[in-house]
Design a protein around this ligand. Structure first.
Ligand code: ATP
Ligand code: MG
Length: 716
């Protein structure tokens, strides 16, 4: 009798119900995108509470982001009419582990009020340790060590457990020793980093069985979302907690595993049945999110991956629209086209909240931000900063500002020791004192200070180089195109080298952002014109209510859904990323493909894939090849459109002729030749912004940055 059915079961299909009602014993829900895994997990939580299987505080539920945790809380409150007592332990791995660690900090030598270091603090500590053992920080950068230590922590390794081969990787052979020193240092600071939250709890569980016992006793039920992205240390932690009762329910999709670069192991899904014998494995096959062309296109794409469990998906939402594949001329046109599309939909009454633009890499957001500001279309960036607010962009801008305007003290302060030039607080304070006394800008005061003996000789010589560099670049500014100057400056200042030395995914992204910055500069006549543009775009980051288009990376979009999804930049070298192509392994390519699968399956009603024929790379127009993923979308489910004559049949041909890897070269060279003709000038001129100042200001008021949620699982 459905009229008397419990509200949290309403509308669930039979396998979802099974996932909710099989309360005892291990359960694994393994199912494709949009099949209602998260919905079933939420209903399960509500059911456990409502049927009094456990008090809320006896349930542990782990989500991938804090946003997901909030949503789950809201849904539970709704389902139960707000009538539940207490709250479950609900949050990310990190937030839950932090809460536990506060109660047992002393067992690992910390006090309960320990600080959780952010990346900057972490790097500062590591730098000190690296120089303390007399390693050259240029050759052995702190960030590289941070990445390694992170990796070890993700595997659940304390310094003792780091094997020698791994420790070789830094300084050579000093990795483990530095890791141990770092842990000691953190302890004296009464601090820990994100990786420690779980690692310390693992240590405590292993060395203090009574503590482990108390949590095992408490948590009657454990629930985990996005299980495919758990790493080894998270897995070990879960396993320890769940072992005796085995009331563990995990939901996930092997095809959506996209964090292996951060230590996630899709193998954890495969191990589940082995580690928890007798586990009930539930498959969900009905997709409730997308119309069938979208689903079939995503399915056809992911079928190209070899290592998958495989699954069937269907929908009764009707055929809907085919996935649109649009080939356009260049990046500015891509942004213009999406802007026009969205404005059109808005006129037809669609809400901007239902539209998302999902990018592969952070640098891609710039073109859209600029365009949307120009046409006054409100947008928000989720999971990261707006382009001109990113740290490396602000640094680069500070260099440019200082050249343009030597009295810009804020710019001076930002970069005088960035990259590190050995100018300590004392040297900086001396510069400040002089500037105050003589009422001169810092740069001038610094130059004068060089004639005195107030600075120690090391500080004096590096300050001397800095002042001379600025003077030289200022000279160059009269002779060189400003984008060129920016590139030279980033190189000569050591800024590029600093990022290159880090060799992390993050620093690669920063380098891409800087390349994008110099591309942006080329669109402006002069340095002052560019700086003026940036300050107009930047000076307002006030949160404004109202509808907004969402721009975010695909990584950050995991688990979310939107009616209308745009997927720009599907070109070789962007998506799949150059990094994945350079590594060349099948594994990295398959991870890119899973990312493409996640991207398409975010769409409810309409997905539009775009690829440009030309991109400007380091100041050069180069022709780009459409992503292999475009060619892998089954033809029956896509609708091709190109704004360039004859272009599209040619693109498809390129990928159907993959037997001959150079088949594309002929036509691609043709395109490159075309970029030099008058045609591209027209195209690129069309890409310039037709700015109406009033609209710029309005758009600024509505452009919202939601802070750095890029490290979603690291939030607290
Ligand atoms: P992802 O793999 O992207 O994380 P998921 O499997 O977690 O997706 P959900 O986000 O739970 O899927 O659900 C997708 C959509 O389908 C949501 O809009 C949800 O409300 C809806 N949905 C889930 N189950 C049902 C159902 N039984 N009947 C109708 N709609 C449902
Ligand atoms: Mg989900």
């Amino acid at each position: 009798d459905s009229s008397r059915e419990a509200p949290w079961l309403a509308g669930l299909n039979p396998p979802q119900r099974e996932a909710v009602l099989t309360t005892e014993g291990p359960v694994l829900v393994l199912a494709g995108a949009g099949t209602g895994k998260t919905s079933a997990l939420t209903a399960r939580l509500a059911n456990l509470i409502a049927t009094r299987k456990a008090w809320p505080s006896q349930i542990l539920a782990v989500t991938f982001t804090n946003k997901a945790a909030r949503e789950m809380k809201e849904r539970i409150a709704r389902i139960s009419g707000g009538a539940i007592e207490g709250m479950p332990w609900l949050g990310t791995f990190h937030s839950v582990a932090a809460r536990m660690l506060r109660s047992h900090a002393e067992l690992v030598g910390l006090q309960s009020n320990f600080t959780i270091l952010d990346t900057d603090d972490q790097l500062r500590v590591l730098k000190q340790l690296i120089s303390a053992v007399n390693l050259d920080e240029k050759r052995w950068p702190a960030r590289q060590l941070a990445t390694l230590i992170d990796r070890w922590k993700n595997r659940g390794w304390t310094p003792k457990e780091v094997d020698l081969g791994e420790a070789e990787a830094f300084g050579p052979g000093r990795g483990r020793e530095l890791y141990a020193a770092y842990q000691d240092r953190l302890r004296t600071l009464n601090a820990c980093d994100f990786g420690d939250l779980l690692l310390h709890m693992l240590t405590i569980f292993r060395t203090h069985p009574d503590v482990l016992e108390s949590y095992r006793d408490r948590f009657r039920y454990i629930l985990v979302d996005e299980y495919q992205d758990t790493n080894q240390s998270q897995y070990a932690w879960l396993k320890l907690l769940a072992e005796p009762r085995r009331n563990l329910c995990c939901v996930g999709d092997d095809d959506q595993s996209i964090y292996s670069w951060r230590g996630a192991e899709v193998a954890n899904i495969l191990r589940f049945e082995k580690d928890f014998p007798g586990a009930k494995v539930i498959r969900l096959e009905q997709n409730y999110r997308s119309t069938s062309h979208i689903l079939a296109a995503a399915d056809g794409l992911i079928a190209n991956n070899a290592g998958r469990l495989g699954k069937t998906l269907w929908t009764d939402k009707g055929d809907g629209e085919k996935v649109k594949v649009v080939g356009i001329w260049d990046g500015p046109e891509e942004a213009r086209r999406i802007g026009e599309d969205v404005e059109g939909m808005q006129r037809r009454g669609l809400s901007l909240d239902d539209v998302a633009i999902l990018v592969r890499a952070q640098f891609q957001t710039r073109e859209f931000e600029e365009r949307f500001i120009a046409i006054g279309l409100p947008y928000q960036i989720i999971g990261g900063f707006r382009f001109y607010e990113r740290a490396e962009i602000r640094d680069a801008l500070a260099y440019l500002r200082l050249i343009h305007q030597p009295a810009d003290d804020l710019a001076f302060e930002r970069i005088v020791n960035q990259p590190k030039r050995g100018l300590g607080d004392k040297a900086i304070a001396t510069i400040h004192a002089h500037a105050r006394a003589s009422q001169e800008p810092l740069l001038i005061a610094a130059a004068k200070l060089l004639d005195t003996d107030e600075l120690q000789s090391r500080a004096r010589s590096s300050l001397g180089r800095f002042v001379a560099d600025i003077a030289r670049w200022k000279q160059m500014a009269n002779e060189l195109p400003h984008a060129e100057l920016a590139r030279i400056m980033l190189d000569e200042s050591g800024y590029t080298a600093m990022l290159q030395a880090e060799r992390s995914a993050e620093s690669a992204g920063r380098l891409e952002n800087l390349a994008e910055l110099t591309r942006a500069m080329e669109e402006y006549e002069s340095l002052p014109a560019f700086l003026e543009h940036v300050s107009l775009v930047m000076d307002n980051d006030e949160n404004r209510q109202g509808e907004k288009v969402t721009i975010m990376t695909i990584h950050a979009a995991k688990g979310l859904e939107f009616d209308i999804v745009y997927l720009p930049g599907w070109e070789e070298g962007i998506f799949p990323s150059q990094r994945a192509l350079d590594e060349g392994g099948l594994a990295s390519l398959e991870e890119e493909r899973r990312l493409a699968y996640v991207a398409i399956t975010r769409a409810r009603k309409k997905a539009t894939v775009m690829h440009a024929a030309n991109r400007r790379i380091y100041g050069q127009w180069t022709s780009s090849l459409p992503s292999r993923f475009v060619g892998e979308l089954p033809e029956a489910h896509i609708d091709q459109e190109t704004t360039m004559s004859g272009g599209e049949s040619l693109w498809r041909a390129q990928w159907s002729e993959r037997a001959d890897p150079f088949a594309h070269l002929g036509p691609a060279q043709g395109m490159r030749a075309a970029t030099r003709g008058p045609g591209w000038q027209r195209a690129s001129q069309g890409g310039r912004f037709n700015r109406d100042p009033q609209r710029v200001i309005e758009a600024k008021a509505s452009a919202v940055s939601l802070g750095n949620q890029g490290r979603t699982d690291l939030e607290l």
